[in-house]
Ligand binder design. Structure first.
Ligand code: T5A
Length: 230
């Protein structure tokens, strides 16, 4: 095997690539409030004159959005866990290559709704594929690109179910959302475990707090990160 294909060389190449911007990811269970918080953060950053690219996973590119439809919609039939993990990673590879790296190289703040930790939680822990193999596939797919900051909105399964039900008018939601509370409890623990492994790169917030209170804590941390990058 050539050195170029080893995880160590992937890590070196990712670290040496130009990166003038800031990569911020929001993670958490369904209905945690990621979209709500990202929208406010986006507005605030733009008002302060920052260049912002707001995006989501799966999605963010033409092919990624097609994969999103394929994997999330009802009516496609069951998707087995490995196929699901590979489709998420494929969408992510396109996203990093076509959208995230170019934006970071131009100095933008990239705000992303979900990233690798969602695959580790949903496919690795939730679907039982194991966190390590899913991490390896995603490391390769992204050439080792890690967020500067990951905000985990920590939501208990009962609140997650309540918010989804309120939003969807009591419907079951998309195929993945309709899984039961124990699955969501597993996801929650997986997000918390990831954060505990690298606390300096994570901000864990209680998703049941008022929207504006959560937003202020996120802004404080992002402002500090931007200060570090100036
Ligand atoms: N997936 C994704 C994988 O399995 N593997 C992967 O690798 C990736 C990337 C994505 C699905 O794909 C899976 C995970 C997901 O199942 P999605 O539709 O993007 O699907 O799902 P979510 O990301 O979970 O989006 P949601 O819309 O469900 O949740 P959000 O964005 O976290 O929540 P938001 O902001 O829409 O808020 C939900 C409701 O709660 C209210 C809001 O007003 C809204 O009604 N709310 C609050 N209410 C009170 N207090 C607060 N603090 C509130 N914050 C929000």
């Amino acid at each position: 095997m050539s050195d170029r294909t080893s995880p160590e060389s992937d890590r070196r190449s990712a670290q040496s690539s130009p990166r003038a911007g800031l990569f911020v990811v929001l993670e958490g269970g369904e209905g945690a409030g990621k979209t709500t918080q990202l929208s406010r953060l986006d507005q605030w950053l733009q008002q302060s004159g920052r260049s912002v690219v707001r995006t989501r996973e799966p999605g963010g590119t033409q092919i990624g959005e097609r994969i999103r439809t394929l994997v999330l919609d009802h009516g496609q039939g069951e998707v087995d866990p490995r196929t699901e993990a590979l489709l998420m990673a494929a969408a992510r590879a396109a996203h990093v290559e076509q959208r995230i790296r170019p934006a970071l190289a131009q100095g933008a703040v990239v705000l992303c709704d979900r990233y690798i930790d969602s695959s580790l939680a949903y496919q690795g822990a939730g679907r039982g594929l194991g966190v390590e193999p899913v991490a390896q596939v995603n490391h390769w797919a992204t050439d080792g690109l890690s967020p500067d900051l990951t905000v985990v909105l920590d939501v208990i399964p009962e609140l997650s179910r309540q918010r989804r039900s309120d939003r969807d008018g009591g419907s079951a939601g998309d195929r993945i959302e309709s899984a039961e509370d124990s699955f969501h409890a597993t996801l929650r623990q997986a997000f918390l475990d990831r954060a505990a492994q690298a606390p300096e790169r994570y901000l864990v917030l209680d998703a049941s707090a008022p929207v504006e209170q959560i937003q202020q804590l996120i802004r404080d941390r992002v402002a500090a990160e931007l200060g570090d990058h100036q």
